[in-house]
Design a protein around this ligand. Structure first.
Ligand code: URA
Length: 284
């Protein structure tokens, strides 16, 4: 396999990879020596065996030439994280990639906070207040999230806050799978740019989408997950991800605030934040 690509092939490949990125496809695999007429049907054990994660191989032509070098994201090579986030926002544009753009959204809610945050919160999707103001977590749930952040001894400006989907689902319904899949590559790029030490998934929708695990909250909470988006810098070891209750759920069932506080204490320990003497009453 040659290690340099013919310029025309390289250009065509770059175009194809960019198109795949737009569609939310980031990882490329190739079976080592399979030609088209050899591909067995999907239910043959041989194929299942080949497709197991341990056996898949990155296409040597792409690996040898560095995929990121062939079709880099616009933010690669940005001078700093703030500029990287700006480039991701520009790439998102006036997004029409999923049906949410036709379902009454007023604006895209990209994310807010410190581009160099050590801690990032990820919610589900904008509600009416967020849609009106263009900022995540500014309604009642946002007030509670602010209190939770304060109870940790941090300020809202210290952390970064985003959602799985950036447009308001109509009637505050849960975002649908295709909407999450279309939108989350941009969130992954935000995470890859910020490189937070810890991420807190707020609620089951955020947790399930980030971790690709379908489990109840009781099973998802109370432990750490290693988390690194595919778009992440190879020299960055990745984040640790914790799951806690969504503030909107805590507003409905305040008895669970104590459990959420335990989750946040676990995060504080990881970040080396001293527990404040008297945590804000509202967050407990
Ligand atoms: N709920 C969310 O999940 N995200 C917001 O931004 C606001 C409410």
């Amino acid at each position: 396999m040659p290690h340099t690509l013919d310029p025309e092939l390289r250009r065509a490949l770059a175009e194809r990879v960019r198109y795949c990125h737009e569609m939310g496809i980031y990882d490329f695999y190739r079976r080592e020596s399979t030609t088209l007429h050899e591909i067995p049907s999907a239910n043959q054990p041989e194929l299942r065996e080949e497709m197991s994660p341990k056996k898949i191989a990155v296409t040597p032509a792409i690996a040898g030439n560095n995929l990121a070098a062939i079709a880099p994201y616009p933010e690669h090579g940005a001078a700093d994280t703030a500029s990287a986030l700006k480039l991701i926002r520009e790439d998102l544009g006036d997004c029409t990639r999923c049906k949410l753009h036709q379902q009454g959204r007023k604006q895209i809610v990209f994310g807010v906070g410190n581009p160099r945050a050590e801690l990032m919160f990820v919610g589900e999707g904008p509600g009416a207040d967020e849609d009106a103001q263009g900022e995540p977590f500014v309604g009642r749930a946002g007030q509670l999230l602010n209190n939770m952040i304060k109870a940790m001894g941090l300020r809202r400006e210290d952390v970064y806050i985003a959602n799985i989907v950036k447009c308001r689902p109509p009637g505050n319904r849960q975002p649908e799978r295709d909407e999450c899949e279309t939108c989350s590559p941009f969130l992954m790029r935000q995470i890859a740019a910020i490189k937070p030490k810890a991420i807190v998934a707020l609620g089951a929708t955020a947790a399930k989408n980030l971790l690709a695990i379908n489990a109840p909250m009781t099973e998802l909470r109370g432990r750490w997950y290693d988390f690194k988006p595919a778009a992440g810098d190879p020299s960055w070891p990745g984040s640790r991800l914790a799951v806690t209750y969504h503030p909107a759920f805590l507003l409905r069932d305040p008895r669970q605030k104590g459990e959420a506080w335990k989750d946040l204490q676990m995060v504080m320990k990881h970040l080396g934040i001293e527990p404040p003497k008297k945590p804000a009453e509202e967050a407990r």
